[in-house]
Design a protein. Structure first.
Length: 363
């Protein structure tokens, strides 16, 4: 019995090591670790369970789960933050920054999409960000489902940079948008090949005497359909075929995001200004995408947040896939995931400021 338990523990220890490798290995090179990275919490949990089990059954065997958990400490520490704070008052000299995947403001909820959009508008107005980056943003030029002009007025943010990932009939546009109360002094975009709905834009914003480059990105989606996931879980007659399709969709998503992350990371490294990058990454902290983008940057959640920061509001729980990163010469305070379910993502926000001792070099 002990040998059977030991073999099982070894297997789960290997699975956890594969999950660790998801952080370092590009899915374009080998996509297998990425699948284990997605299920990281399972392998951590199972190995934790084995520790007290071995203490009672065979003490020295407890070194196996303890050891495999210990070597992953730097990665475990990227999963949660402990900067608990009370209130949301503006720190002196800081500006409020928000990132929000708005799921097209509920456009496809045809029965009451305008009412849903207006509720989102009221919520965003209440949050009152100085700069907000939207993903899955929609606007059209017929005024049937107006978004941009209304948000300009509600937020008093007249400066807007929109990047279209796709356009229909020349009048209906899907993409990402950055709204700022501060002047926009430069802009550009990074197109992703073979991607119809994903894009990255960068916006140079002049804040007092400083210029920041803000990257607003929506990385490749996994294109998982809730109905198919439910049928797989229920053991539907076509479950095996759907499970294969699911794995294929995940593999394609991982490979595309790896290439997109490489491209955006190169643009970040070439920026002449301090950087903020935010958006819907569609990848967890234990991923190549996170590793590539966060390199030499600060994760605002880890720096100023609390808890686990789960930002996905859909039916798959425990996913932190929406992020705000910034250069080391920017400080962040009061990061939060706003628990308002109006989209399949919760918005994330933080108060940001260029550090005083860096201002002389930021022009």
């Amino acid at each position: 019995m002990r040998k059977v338990l030991l073999y099982i523990n070894i297997l789960f220890a290997v699975f956890l090591i594969l999950a660790y490798l998801a952080y370092y290995i590009s899915p374009a090179t080998n996509y297998i670790p990425a699948f284990f990275g997605l299920t990281y919490y399972i392998w951590v949990g199972v190995n934790i369970i084995f520790i007290p089990l071995w203490i009672f059954v065979k003490l020295r065997y407890s070194l196996l789960p303890l050891g495999v958990l210990a070597i992953g400490i730097p990665l475990h520490l990227k999963q949660f933050a402990t900067h608990f704070s009370i209130g949301d008052s503006a720190p002196d000299g800081y500006f409020k920054f928000m990132s929000y995947n708005v799921q097209l403001f509920g456009l496809y909820n045809w029965k009451d999409n305008k009412a849903h959009r207006d509720e989102m508008f009221r919520f965003i107005r209440k949050e009152d960000p100085d700069i907000i980056c939207f993903q899955e943003y929609f606007y059209e030029e017929t005024n049937y489902f107006e978004t941009t002009d209304t948000l300009r007025q509600l937020l008093d943010a007249r400066n807007v940079h929109f990047g279209a990932a796709s356009t229909l009939h020349g009048t209906h546009h899907w993409g990402v948008a950055t709204f700022s109360r501060w002047p926009i002094v430069g802009k550009g975009q990074i197109k992703f090949p073979r991607s119809r709905g994903n894009i990255c834009i960068y916006t140079d914003v002049r804040i007092r005497q400083d210029t920041l480059r803000i990257f607003n990105v929506h990385f490749e989606s996994n294109h998982l359909h809730t109905e198919n996931l439910e049928r797989i879980a229920a053991g539907d007659s076509t479950a095996k075929l759907m499970a294969f399709d699911l794995l294929q969709a995940l593999r394609k998503g991982y490979v595309k995001r790896a290439a997109q992350a490489d491209t955006v990371a190169a643009a970040i490294a070439a920026s002449p200004h301090p950087v903020i990058i935010c958006g819907d990454f569609n990848d967890m902290p234990l991923s190549y995408t996170y590793n590539k983008i966060s390199r030499n940057l600060t994760d605002a959640f880890l720096n100023a947040g609390s808890g686990f920061g789960f930002s996905y509001a859909g039916r798959i729980p425990f996913l932190r896939i929406d992020y705000i990163f910034h250069s080391k010469d920017i400080d962040s305070r009061l990061f939060k995931v706003v628990p308002k379910k109006l989209s399949d993502h919760y918005p994330v926000s933080a108060w940001l400021k260029i550090k005083e001792n860096e201002k002389d070099s930021v022009q």
